[in-house]
Structures are given as C-alpha cells and as structure tokens.
Design a protein around this ligand. Structure first.
Ligand SMILES: [Zn+2]
Length: 249
C-alpha cells in the first residue's frame, strides 16, 4: 500500500494494481472505492494512517461494482456499518442482481502475453475465494446526500465501463475520481499516461469513450484514476487530448 496526499483533504491510496481515495475533513472521511478483497486490511489501515479512526468514516462511494473496486467494502461495513452509495444503475450491480465483469474465458485470453499472465495471477490472488462477493446494502447516492458527506462530492454519471459507472468530483479542491472511465495505466498495457482501459474490460466500449470524453467538461486539476498514477493536469485537457490520440490510431 502507498498513500499519497494529493490536495489539502484528499489522499490517493495504491493497493494491488488499483487505487482508492480518502477525503478527510473536520467532520470525517469519505472513502471512494475500496480495492480488491485482499486489500481489505490495507483499506482499514489507510484510514488510520491519515489520522482518523474507522468510526470517522461517513460513507463509501463506489465508482462501479467490479471486484477490484468493491473488495474491501464488506470489511469496512462490518467494522463501521457505513452506508455504501453508487450510481442508480450501479446499485443493483453491486447487489449482484446482474453482473458485468470480465469473464473467465476473457481472462484466459490474456494469458498469451507476459503482462497478461502476470496480471491474471495477481488478480486471482487478490480476489481469492471472494469471486461471488456482493454488497447487499449498496444504494443510489442522491446529490444532496453526497454534498453533505466529508469533501462535498458530486456524482458524474459515466456509464460504459459498467452500466452505472459513476465518477466523483470534489469541486472545492478540483479533484476528480474517475474510476475506470479514465485511467493513467494498467498492468496489461505498456503505455503509461491518461488512457481508456482495454476493450476487454469495458461493458460498452463506445459509451466508455464517450464518458471519458465527457469529463472534459469538468473543472479539475488533479485526476485520481482507478488504475495508474495520480495525474496533476487539467482534466479538460487530458480528456480531450488522449481521446484524439487514441481515435486517430
Ligand atoms: Zn478496475
């Protein structure tokens, strides 16, 4: 685990090939995403390492219900009873009323490359026996509820990677938590820097790209992506430039 303070109130935490965010203010902590099941202990530890107690956690905001982002939630909910909010269409996904995630045959298809094989092995380790995990208490977070949480966050519907994927903006400090709509790297990809995840991970590729492009409309200077390093650059510039590159290939 590696914790990086990215603004007055915001910390980006690197777990197993994935990031989560902590927003800390006088009233408590908002957790954004939660790593893999194997990151559960680190998730709880990260809250303590930024100077809080678990009881200070006000809520978890989930960008989308993939195992690498929701894995630590059961441990946090068990310890604190915190509410879990996500997008309206993502909540039933988190409750596993349906599932949109890379399939075993698609994962097997990644074994042909060294990077892919390494990622599959790390993922199997990080998921362990929790592949059937769900978050029964996940509900849609309305704008008023989110605004009152520590950090005063705004949900940005960014459907595509999953049907209800939601990014979160902290307007007060210009930080965008983009989840898997816009990332800055991934173990199976050689290039570093702002990018859209490989197609195999996206439920709807076209919608994912449109969602990433739509982030250009928001005023943020720091990007905390679901995967890859924190990027300190205007998100409007990032979203515009990377998509032109990729589309023209
Ligand atoms: Zn992810």
């Amino acid at each position: 685990m590696r914790i990086e303070q990215v603004s007055d109130s915001v910390y980006a935490v690197r777990g197993t090939n994935v990031n989560w965010g902590l927003v800390s203010d006088g009233s408590g902590v908002t957790v954004i995403d939660a790593g893999y099941p194997a990151d559960s202990a680190d998730l709880l530890k990260s809250v303590r390492e930024i100077g809080h107690q678990l009881a200070d956690v006000a809520a978890v905001l989930l960008t989308h219900a993939h195992l690498d982002h929701m894995g630590g939630i059961p441990a946090l909910v068990e310890a604190t009873g915190v509410p879990v909010y996500t997008g309206a269409e993502e909540a039933p996904h988190a409750r596993r009323e349906f599932q949109q995630q890379i399939t075993p045959p698609e994962m097997a298809g990644l074994l042909g490359s060294l990077r892919g094989a390494k990622w599959v092995a790390q993922t199997a380790w990080a998921v362990k026996w929790h592949v059937g995990m769900s978050i029964p208490s996940a509900t849609a977070g309305d704008a008023q509820t989110l605004a009152q949480l520590p950090g005063g966050l705004v949900a940005i519907p960014t459907h595509g990677h999953t049907v209800g994927h939601t990014a979160y903006l902290m307007p007060a400090e210009g930080v965008l938590f983009s989840g898997d709509t816009l990332v800055s790297g991934h173990p199976i990809v050689r290039e570093q820097g702002p990018q859209v995840l490989p197609t195999v991970f996206n439920h709807d590729e076209q919608a994912t790209r449109a969602a990433a492009r739509s982030l250009a409309a928001y005023d943020a200077e720091v990007l905390v992506p679901g995967h890859g390093d924190v990027v300190r650059e205007k998100v409007s510039v990032l979203a515009n430039s990377l998509l032109q590159d990729r589309d023209s290939r």
